[in-house]
Ligand binder design. Structure first.
Ligand SMILES: [Zn+2]
Length: 308
């Protein structure tokens, strides 16, 4: 979203220039110079308080409002309609405080290709904590990550817990080779040629362990992450700084390598991959710190392939 104040500064500069331009030169060039005021803060009409002038000349609002008045009906009081904000409500604890939900990101992504022109079908959905997607073989969930005032998330990819057919049970029940076994492996009950029904629970072994990959981007702390990242086969997480620069790390809202590795060491990870290393360090410096706390640490390289 544009900052109204910086717009004001830029526009005010232009206007002043127009006002003090010698009128003679304007006349000589045959140009009508019009002094106009432009956007300050929005008023309740959805325009800047001096902005209708600007709208008249440039043809569009000089900013986007969070919400707009619906002025389409003249026979009743105007209601509010969405602007940048798609949803809003009044804080029950403080009636002077309005809370807005913005769809700026959705619009930005939508603008990459234009409506309906993305190379694959796209559905943009707001993220909330919990499962985001279930594509059968794996699920994707997200969880909150603290980073300054942002709504940041980490992501957890988990495979479905595999269950294998038990040959001894198949033989005992006389389940023939072929499509019926495939159906049973997929958890579907089948009817055999002799009319008997076989339930998958009668032939499937116990669930094996799910594979878990967790990816965390920028985060100012590891506090609160354990419950989401525990038992990961692989955690990919930033480790921008070293402890000697921990004050800068706090200022920038980033982790140190020691913090990332400590998270790994205390939460039963198999492998830790560190990313987003500050250019002020060599990878070996980061690794030396991380492996001291969690030996199975690596620094990510572009195009790495890692099988878990
Ligand atoms: Zn960053």
């Amino acid at each position: 979203m544009f900052c109204p104040l910086s717009w004001c500064g830029a526009i005010a500069g232009l206007i002043v220039g127009g006002l003090i331009a010698p009128t003679t030169s304007a006349r000589a060039a045959g140009v009508l110079t019009v002094a106009m005021t432009a956007g300050d803060l929005p008023t309740t009409t959805g325009n800047p308080d001096q902005g209708f002038e600007g709208f008249r000349f440039v043809g569009w609002n000089l900013y986007d409002a969070l919400i707009n008045w619906d002025l389409s009906q003249g026979d009743r009081a105007s209601d509010i309609k969405p602007g940048l904000a798609t949803e809003w409500h009044i804080d029950p604890a403080n009636h002077k405080r309005w809370i807005f939900t913005l769809d700026v990101v959705v619009r930005m992504l939508g603008g990459l290709w234009g409506k309906g022109r993305a190379p694959i079908p796209l559905a943009l959905v707001p993220l909330t904590t919990g499962q985001v997607l279930d594509v059968g073989d794996f699920t994707i969930g997200c969880f909150p990550v603290r980073r300054r005032e942002t709504d940041s998330f980490g992501f957890c990819f988990e495979s479905r817990a595999p269950r294998h057919l038990r040959p001894d049970r198949l033989a005992a029940l006389g389940v023939p080779d072929g499509p019926v076994r495939k159906d049973l492996a997929e958890g579907k009950p089948v009817m055999l040629d002799d009319g008997r029904t076989v339930d998958p629970e009668h032939v499937l072994g116990p669930a094996e362990r799910r594979k878990k990959l967790v990816v965390v981007g920028d985060t100012e702390t590891t506090q609160g992450l354990a419950e989401w990242v525990r038992d990961a086969d692989l955690l990919v997480i930033e480790a921008t700084f070293l402890d000697r620069d921990s004050l800068i790390a706090r200022d920038y809202g980033h982790l140190t390598a020691a913090e990332a590795a400590t998270l790994a060491a205390t939460n039963n990870f198999q492998l830790l991959i560190l990313t987003h290393i500050s250019g002020r360090y060599g990878d070996e410096e980061i690794l030396a710190v991380a492996t001291k706390r969690f030996p199975n640490s690596r620094v990510a390289n572009d195009f790495d392939h890692i099988v878990i």
